[in-house]
Write a protein that binds this ligand. Sequence first.
Ligand code: COA
Length: 332
Amino acid sequence: MSGIEIIGTGRYVPEFIADNDKFSEFLDTSDEWIFPRTGIKQRHISADKPNYYMGCEAAKDALKNAGISAEDVDLIIVSTCTPDFFYPAMSCLIQKNIGAKNASCFDVNSACTGFITAVDIAHKFLAADKYKTVLVVASEKLSSQQDYTDRASCILFGDAAGAVVLRRSEKLFSSFMGAEGDEFEALYCKVHYESNCPFFKDEDEFYNNRFDTFAKKNYLVQDGKAVYKFAVNAMSNAVNTVSKACGVSPEELDLVIPHQANLRIIAKATELLGISPEKVYTNIEHMGNVSSACIPVALDELNKAGKITSGLKLCMVGFGAGLTYGSIIMEV
Ligand code: COA
């Protein structure tokens, strides 16, 4: 099967910066606790702009970088687990706002693994010659789902969007995706519905207590230690699996862009894989965890710095709520 070419990258990062000291103003925490355990110094937070605005800005940046117009886009796939609307899909809002009137649209949600999922789907459409140009956007506003009294979680997350424009190529592409739904309670955000359905008197009982243990409404809830343990294994398994499938060993990779959840997770997984740390790109120190936007934001940082060169063997690997995980090895 053929591969894909990244013809443009883009990103949007909100202006407002919340460094670790800002969290000490309202939480019993400190830079001395956060940085050594996570690798995070600061994260960006979108105060006034909705998630789809960030996605539009990243999309426009990627189209400009690709040198094509929005009307050239045949398909928009958006990855988000923090949408502004249950429906329509965010891809439809982006289509309208950037003027991609010829594009089909849908969203995917595999949480932090979402960019890998979206690119893998894009690859299938491109390889089948169904579409010529696919825009993949990963846009996340994690600040909207944080309980800012939960110091073990809220310090990890930020807001941002990244985008890529993809076309078919004859270069190497291999992917792997996995999920462990049994483990979903390790990381979730339950929707809280307000309802005036007349058929059930006890609204709370009918709509909200069907999962008794899920106390927090519309907030991210996680078992940090369980996620940590899962993530190290998931990352190394995902890379090993795709590496075997395409015959490129982890040592032969030129560049690895991992999901940016925790610097210690990244370090441990790359050590297990035998990949030298200088090949592994991280931006968690200044971005925090921006879920599925982590990888495309990093990709754009590297691309704009001239570091995504033709022929490079690139590995992207993600994991997140689900629990899901996935990886791609491709020749750029
Ligand atoms: N500041 C200060 N103290 C904190 C703190 C903070 N921000 N967060 C937790 N603590 C405290 C806890 O209350 C606990 O105190 P206690 O021992 O007095 O009860 C202590 O630090 C240890 O807490 P624990 O939750 O066991 O810490 P940890 O070493 O597991 O680190 C994480 C917490 C969240 C940093 C870590 O588990 C992690 O990164 N997990 C992965 C999460 C993740 O990446 N999620 C997204 C995946 S896509």
